[in-house]
Design a protein around this ligand. Structure first.
Ligand code: FES
Ligand SMILES: [Fe+2]
Length: 344
């Protein structure tokens, strides 16, 4: 059975990746062609010519105005994927059209709907407003992961691994020591996991970016909206400093760590990561540091999950994992993913 949840929105790219060059990416096993019209709108259609399947992102395929011309025999398609010209005859076969995908540009991401296009409007697109909002500065990237998407979901839902896998970057002993609370909101389709550390060591990731020295109050509030969007609301403040009663929080540092978990195939994943902060907005040194540190952390996860994928691929079905309290969020996420997959 496929593990990929269909009839859902997935992040396919950052908006900045798509321009007037033909761009192809495999999303949920489907090869999709992206380009921008002359008016700047992002298009998404199958990257396989209907004639002999030549990839339209492959040279010498090219754009002419708002049409894409296949580089093999010249079938020409409009921005909606409908073929408008074929070589050697005036009549264009009625069935000559590329599959086109609902596509929306939002919060710096290009979202594409995988599944039955008619359902797209009824499925909400999760939001990550910080990534393109005034008052925040963002660094972002994407790493290829040679492992199934569910392994990345497990990884992100249980941050106790920071202490072991990411020691020296974002992990300190308190992360693994502090219990979590988990909340499942079936109606909104959100799993929340919170870990609030009242008095913790400040890891280099935050010490070097905020300038805080000494111990901190560190909150990690996760929201996962299956299947694709994960946000870690991270709050860092000197020990004892809490938000005001009216919800304002001027003496804390806020970081929104966003992941878009997009299956490339059944066994590989696009790991989109972004780190938005509400401090040191114009400090390029802080941006460079956070980008480099987060990328290092992501690559530590990628290395571990690539190993796990190999382990799982090489063993018989039915292996019985052992779960403990720290896994509550990950198990809730799995249940929600299963429900989305089976439509129940
Ligand atoms: S394969 Fe595209 S025109 Fe022939
Ligand atoms: Fe990690």
């Amino acid at each position: 059975m496929t593990s990929i949840v269909r009839n859902q929105w997935y992040v396919a790219a950052y908006g900045r990746e798509i321009g007037r060059d033909l761009f192809s990416r495999t999303i949920c096993g489907e090869s999709i062609l992206f380009w921008r019209t002359e008016a700047g709108a992002v298009t998404a259609m199958s990257d396989r010519c209907v004639h002999r399947r030549f990839p339209l992102a492959e040279k010498p395929s090219h754009l002419v105005g708002d049409t894409v011309v296949c580089g093999y025999h010249g079938f020409t398609y409009g921005a909606d994927g409908v073929c408008v010209a074929v070589p050697g005859q005036a009549r264009v076969p009625r069935t000559a059209r590329l599959r086109s995908y609902p596509v929306v540009e939002q919060d710096s991401f290009v979202w594409v709907f995988i599944g039955e296009p008619a359902l797209a409007e009824s499925v909400p697109i999760p939001r990550a407003p910080w990534l393109s909002q005034e008052g925040w500065t963002t660094v972002a990237g994407r790493e290829p992961l040679a492992a199934r998407a569910s392994l990345l979901v497990d990884n992100l839902m249980d941050l106790s691994h920071e202490t072991y896998l990411h020691g020296g970057y974002i992990g300190t002993p308190e992360v693994a020591e502090t219990p979590i609370t988990t909340e499942v909101d079936d109606e909104a389709g959100v799993v929340r996991v919170s870990r609030r550390m009242a008095d913790a060591a400040c890891p280099p990731f935050y010490a070097n970016s905020t300038g805080l020295t000494g111990r901190i109050t560190r909150w990690q509030d996760i929201e996962y909206q299956p299947p694709c969007l994960y946000t870690l609301h991270s709050r860092i403040a000197p020990v004892g400093v809490l938000p005001n009663d009216d919800g304002t929080d001027p003496d804390a540092f806020h970081v929104e760590v966003v992941y878009a978990i997009t299956p490339e195939t059944e066994h590989s994943t696009h790991d989109f990561w972004a780190v938005a902060r509400d401090f040191a907005l114009d400090d390029q040194g802080v941006s460079d540091f956070l980008a480099e540190s987060n990328r290092t952390v992501v690559l530590q996860d990628v290395a571990a999950l690539n190993v796990l994928e190999q382990v799982i691929a090489g063993e018989p079905d039915g292996y019985q994992e052992l779960s403990i309290n720290i896994d509550t969020g990950g198990l809730a996420a799995r249940r929600m993913l299963d429900r989305l997959a089976t439509g129940r």
